[in-house]
Ligand binder design. Structure first.
Ligand SMILES: N[C@@H](CCC(=O)N[C@@H](CS)C(=O)NCC(=O)O)C(=O)O
Length: 224
């Protein structure tokens, strides 16, 4: 019998979400345990060498780093989410890395302490998405008819913008019709929707408020 899978998670973490989406697309049963990253449990620090979510526990083995978790699931579970062709697969892995770089930029955007840094991060994000717009040629998914791991990575990326858009239009995704279509398709995908709980927007708003960043100030003013 296969070892049971437990995903150590956090309610907002986009890296967790990509693993949850892959598990759900593959129809794999797993137990999700959400922890408080502001108050990490001792048992989590014992199993997680980098003290970050996600961690996939497979029996007694703890696999950390979301990209590694995705590859492990790809190798052990049915319904491939990577292309079969090695070159296409390598390119998908590269765009998964790109997705992680975008997540770092998003963290820089919401944590920017002052207007100058905020504007620089906004521009950087706009340029990243312009690059992505030039690559996404297919429909409805990143590479056409088959939902892939790249789609699993960008579902959580676009989800941030559902909350950012309530604060203001920062112009980051403006004039990018291919990304607009892709974002819409991803938001309607059941695996993407169910990777977070219904309180995700409220939790994200609260998280952003507590950053005390330039964006936090804009959010407070937008809500007033
Ligand atoms: N490269 C890691 C990034 C994971 C990551 O940054 N997780 C965040 C939450 S989304 C975390 O656990 N942060 C806690 C901390 O840094 O203390 C991956 O792909 O799994």
């Amino acid at each position: 019998m296969a070892a049971p899978l437990r995903l150590i998670s956090h309610k907002l973490c986009p890296y967790v979400q990509r693993a949850v989406i892959a598990l759900s697309e593959k129809g794999v049963a797993f137990e999700r345990i959400d922890i408080d990253l502001a108050n990490k449990p001792d048992w989590f620090l014992v199993i997680s060498p980098l003290a970050k979510t996600p961690v996939l526990q497979v029996g007694d083995t703890a696999i950390f780093e979301s990209a590694v978790i995705l590859e492990y699931l790809e190798e052990t579970q049915r319904k491939p989410l990577h292309p079969a062709d090695p070159l296409a697969r390598a390119e998908h892995r590269a765009w998964i890395e790109f997705g992680s770089a975008v997540l770092n930029d998003i963290a820089g955007f919401y944590a920017a302490p002052d207007e100058a840094t905020f504007k620089a991060k906004t521009l950087q994000l706009e340029q990243r998405f312009a690059r992505l717009e030039a690559r996404v040629a297919a429909s409805p998914w990143f590479d056409g008819e088959s939902f892939s791991l790249v789609d699993a990575v960008f579902g959580p990326v676009f989800r941030y913008f559902d909350v950012f858009d309530e604060i203001a239009d920062f112009g980051i995704l403006a004039g990018k019709p291919i990304l607009a279509r892709w974002r819409k398709a991803l938001a309607a995908r059941p695996s993407v929707q169910s990777a977070v709980s219904v309180d995700y927007p409220a939790l994200l708003r609260d998280f952003l408020n507590r950053r005390n960043s330039w964006l936090s100030g804009l959010q407070v003013r937008a809500a007033a």
